[in-house]
Design a protein around this ligand. Structure first.
Ligand SMILES: [Zn+2]
Length: 270
């Protein structure tokens, strides 16, 4: 089962089964899964991390088939973008996120307007679009060609294909990675890459689904099949420190959309 899943959440991994799924949760996307649907969520009793365990192949869900399934076409990307960006401020997860980041920088006595940002896994560009007027430069990255075209042509955002971010080595003051890491079975690889492109003293802001979501039961979106990992404060801290980052702030929040989210600000100190 799931041979690529990184299971090292802490030093004393102690797994027990939390939830089991014999069919697709109602709200989960209908990916073309050929085998019988079986999946379970395992909990590490030592650190509270949750793993989604199955042997369903998810390798290709983020290429253009996934986007077709989700947004149908470029026109729909535009519609969805408009819908999200015109949400009332108190209904928008992104408005809160932007505020959180700008007030963090203020507290750290940094001036965002002099900083270059890189957003990893930009999707529809909601966050990069919102921060563009508060920073010197914003770079985006995406895996899907369709999203890259959307970000470049419709939003005029400077966008890289994910595997090209090494070009930004020493050019970035602040990296954001919102709701991306949980989609990767082994997140260490990406964190190492991010570490290399950040300047010394610069920051990373990260958002992942929180293990507190288990309070809402097993059908909640934090546990959908796209997420390999659901983090606890301890397991996220472990992962970040293992990758040489210094954790400056880590906290649980409930987003206006009712997502249970864990966020962290970390710094590259060496
Ligand atoms: Zn653990």
């Amino acid at each position: 089962m799931d041979k690529n899943l990184q299971l090292g959440c802490c030093e004393k991994v102690n797994l027990s089964n939390k939830f089991e799924y014999k069919k697709r949760p109602k709200q989960e996307k209908k990916f073309s899964i050929k085998q019988k649907y079986y999946r379970r969520i395992d909990l590490c009793k030592n650190c509270g991390h949750l793993f989604s365990r199955h042997n369903i192949n998810l390798d290709n869900i983020y290429d253009d088939d996934y986007i077709k399934l989700t947004y149908k076409n470029l026109e729909n990307l535009k519609k969805t973008f408009k819908k999200i960006t015109t949400l009332p401020k108190n209904k928008s997860d992104n408005t809160k996120r932007l505020k959180r980041i700008l007030s963090f920088l203020k507290k750290e006595k940094k001036n965002s307007i002099q900083m270059s940002f890189l957003d990893i896994g930009s999707g529809l560009g909601i966050f990069p679009w919102s921060i563009r007027n508060f920073c010197k430069r914003i770079y985006c990255t995406e895996v899907s060609q369709k999203n890259i075209s959307f970000l470049k042509k419709y939003l005029s955002l400077e966008t890289f294909k994910n595997n090209r971010i090494y070009q930004l080595k020493n050019k970035v003051d602040f990296v954001t990675i919102n709701k991306v890491l949980e989609h990767i079975s082994n997140p260490n690889f990406l964190l190492k890459k991010i570490y290399r492109i950040l300047k010394k003293g610069s920051y990373l802001y990260i958002e992942v689904p929180s293990n507190l979501a288990a309070r809402k039961g097993k059908e909640t979106q934090e546990f959908f099949i796209e997420h390999h990992h659901i983090f606890s404060k301890q397991s996220l801290k472990n992962l970040l420190e293992r990758n040489k980052f210094k954790v400056v702030k880590i906290s649980n929040v409930i987003d206006p959309s009712n997502k249970y989210t864990l966020f962290a600000f970390v710094q590259k100190i060496k």
